[in-house]
Ligand binder design. Structure first.
Ligand code: NAP
Length: 248
């Protein structure tokens, strides 16, 4: 018996990085996985094939997380293809870093829309199905930056802190219907998002991590597995830092 046998999970932004790691761990644990991408079609198709070869049902959907209409269509398509939705992981995200002095309005707005409004779009879209089922687990990918702030990332930090407030509010609203909502705050995870940083900045991050290494997508995926499975049946409204001790 695997931890997610027979469950249906949606993972947004799984064509790369942490999302790919989550989709793989979920499929290895028996979940059927619907996942989205924005532009990376080839990696998304390769992942779809890889997951199906594990013996579960998996499908990639091109869907813009920032669009309310696209989220509604995605959920309708997933329900038609998979029949139910037990787990939602709001993972899609971007950075557009700059000092506040130099940050454009467009860069502020797009980070808020893709990172934070997407969480509203997707949660609202799956809510009816989870209410009817009287069960569900929603997992929001925040960041240590949303907990402590970071110079040069006012837009990103605001979006990630917003996700934490959203998470706690959804936990309060939907707990009586057995729908749980938790957030994960990853620290420094080695993906394309962090490859953009210069070596000096990266070394600075590593030096501040008690476990003395960057995290991997699997480190985050394993925390997601806990929240997605019944192992966390009595846990809601929480933020789990998965950061090698960075915020300790
Ligand atoms: P990544 O490697 O840059 O991957 C981002 C993923 O999001 C890709 O699959 C991308 O799809 C998708 N995406 C981007 N814009 C989208 C949109 N409008 N609609 C749908 N999908 C979209 O990032 P990552 O490092 O794996 O990060 C994943 C999540 O963890 C993000 O929310 C990030 O903020 C958070 N996080 C990361 C770190 C870290 O250190 N890496 C730390 C804390 C939190 P395409 O490939 O098609 O563009």
């Amino acid at each position: 018996m695997k931890l997610l046998d027979g469950k249906v999970a949606i993972v947004t932004g799984a064509s790369r990085g942490i999302g790919t790691g989550i989709a793989k761990v979920f499929a290895e644990q028996g979940a059927n996985v619907a996942f989205t991408y924005s532009s990376s079609e080839a990696p998304a198709m390769a992942l779809e094939k890889e997951l199906n070869e594990l013996g579960v049902k998996a499908k990639a959907y091109k869907s813009n997380a920032a669009s309310f209409e696209a989220a509604e269509k995605l959920v309708a398509d997933v329900l038609a293809d998979f029949g139910s939705i037990d787990v939602l992981v709001n993972n899609a995200g971007i950075t557009k870093d700059n000092l506040l002095m130099r940050m454009s309005e467009a860069d502020f707005d797009s980070v808020i829309e893709i990172n934070l409004k997407s969480v509203f779009n997707m949660t609202k879209a799956v809510q009816r199905t989870m209410l009817k089922q009287r069960k569900g687990s929603i997992i929001n990918m925040s960041s240590v930056v949303g907990v402590k702030g970071n110079a040069g990332q006012t837009n990103y930090a605001a979006s990630k802190a917003g996700m934490i407030g959203f998470t706690k509010s959804v936990a309060l609203e939907l707990g009586s219907r057995n729908i749980r909502c938790n957030a994960i705050a990853p620290g420094f995870i080695e993906t394309e998002m962090t490859e953009k940083l210069d070596e000096k900045t990266v070394q600075g991050w590593r030096d501040g991590i008690p476990l003395k290494r960057g995290g991997s997508p699997e480190d985050i995926a394993n925390a997601c597995l806990f929240f997605a499975s019944d192992l966390s049946a009595y846990v809601t409204g929480q933020v789990l830092n998965v950061d090698g001790g960075m915020l300790t």
